[in-house]
Write a protein that binds this ligand. Structure first.
Ligand code: HEM
Length: 417
């Protein structure tokens, strides 16, 4: 059997320039491939759909970094670019009972029923953003669909970012004035091109900002998730101050960048396929089919660090040793040709798509229902508002985001109409 001692780790292209080619190369090596993360840190990238599904639900795999030999032995530098995913306290770095305790509280705020209650609010926010955008482009704010004069706009900044940010902001009870600062800090945190130390500084600044939000809500509770977390009692076990802030931070980071990428990637897919776009806008294909296929074809989370083998685990002809790190390669699994026919092709007629892009097992995304609702609402309202929407000339070859976790493009310039 191959092990980390017999194989040579492949340095990973972390800047997303050619993520899909890179993923194809790794998939060809088998269900798991030994890769080198930034800073020369080794990990097993799990790139095949079935292996990823199995390992995500395998009790021999944990998320507590104390299982990671390299970390436990102090060999991961404090300014390692991905350290924010490893040492952040909260549900993404805990297992078992402790994980269930932290997760249950946020889960209560994001049940399908509570998400459904948000639908009219999300629609109103989307319509308002588009009306403002139409006004900026020369049409009448709040005017009829298609009445703008065909100006250019950047989708992410003008619409795909503010929508999930406002939704998550309202959910958490964040004042709108804090949202720009938060955007900047979140960007730095997820960007693997950030200078050493900058990601850590951003993480600390985010903690401070959310800490003051929690302090304000402790004084003056409102009808929001922050106040609910502070008030929550589970088996008489309230969340500590640090746990509240960590949970807020996780929900904030997890809840907007991902949805932003999903909306962007779906718009790209629809603009690249006029026949599909016509069928969707005519109601012949559900928006949900477009959203699910986008999730599979271009997973908003490229890869997610990290998990750790609690025992030796055999995968195919590879032995992952206890204490070694695993990387969930969601974008790679979505295009696994061994699982999905014609995997590189965007095909909204596939029928139910059982992708793993919201994760699987105990850490399955808590915001999946909300993200789906936001993305469907965003797409429906956007294409209704601008029936002649098309790519602007400068969007011919958009640049991928320089990020380890985020799979999308930096900017998407569109022409309204
Ligand atoms: C398109 C949008 C989204 C995608 C693709 C996405 C994807 C994911 C993935 C892949 C995971 C599992 C990470 C892992 O352990 O490997 C995850 C976890 C999580 N997501 Fe999402 N997410 C999205 C939106 C949201 C939203 C809107 C929220 C909250 C409002 C949210 C909250 C969370 C939380 C709290 C976790 C951690 C769950 C745990 O560790 O038990 N996500 N998400």
């Amino acid at each position: 059997m191959e092990t980390s001692e017999t194989l040579t780790a492949i340095p990973l292209d972390v800047f997303g320039q050619a993520q899909h080619q890179e993923n194809a190369r790794l998939r060809a090596l088998g269900p798991v491939a030994l890769v080198e993360l930034p800073g020369g840190v080794p990990a097993w990238a799990v790139t095949h759909h079935q292996a990823l599904q199995d390992l995500l639900a395998d009790p021999r795999v944990g998320k507590d970094p104390r299982h990671w030999s390299q970390y436990a032995e102090g060999r991961v530098p404090a300014d390692w670019p991905l350290i924010g995913f490893v040492n952040v306290p909260g549900m993404i770095t805990t297992d078992g009972t402790e994980h269930r305790r932290l997760r249950a509280l946020v889960g209560q705020a994001l049940t399908p029923r509570r998400v459904e209650v948000l639908r009219p609010r999300i629609e109103a926010l989307a319509e308002r953003l588009l009306a403002e955008l139409g006004g900026d482009l020369g049409g009448e704010p709040g005017g009829e669909p298609g009445d703008s004069r065909g100006g250019e706009f950047e989708l992410r900044a003008a619409f795909a970012y503010p929508l999930p940010m406002q939704v998550i902001g309202e959910l958490l009870g964040l004042p709108p004035a804090d949202q720009d600062t938060l955007h900047e800090l979140c960007d730095t945190l997820i960007s693997s091109s950030a200078e050493p130390g900058r990601a850590l500084a951003a993480q600390q600044a985010l903690f401070a900002l959310l800490g003051s939000l929690a302090a304000r809500k402790r004084e003056q509770p409102g009808d929001d998730l922050t106040s609910a977390l502070i008030a929550a009692r589970e088996s008489n076990d309230a969340l500590s101050e640090q746990e509240v802030v960590a949970t807020l931070m996780l929900t904030l980071v997890a809840g907007h960048e991902t949805t932003l990428n999903l909306i962007t990637n779906a718009v790209r897919a629809l603009l690249a396929d006029p026949a599909l776009r016509a069928r969707v806008t005519a109601g012949e294909v559900d928006w949900s089919a477009v959203v699910e296929e986008t999730l599979r074809h271009d997973s908003p989370v490229g890869q997610f660090p990290l998990r750790y083998a609690i025992e030796d685990i055999a995968v195919g002809d590879v032995l992952i040793r206890r204490g070694e790190a695993l990387l969930a390669s969601y974008a790679a699994a979505g295009r696994d040709g061994g699982h999905f026919a014609d995997a590189d092709t965007f095909d909204a007629d596939r029928g139910p798509v059982r992708h793993l892009s919201f994760g699987h097992g105990p850490h399955f995304c808590l915001g999946a229902g909300l993200a789906r609702l936001e993305a469907e609402t965003a797409l429906r309202t956007l294409f209704a508002r601008f029936p002649g929407l098309r790519l602007a000339g400068r969007a011919a070859a958009p640049t991928p985001i320089a990020s380890f976790t985020s799979n999308s493009v930096r900017e998407l310039w569109l022409m309204a109409g």
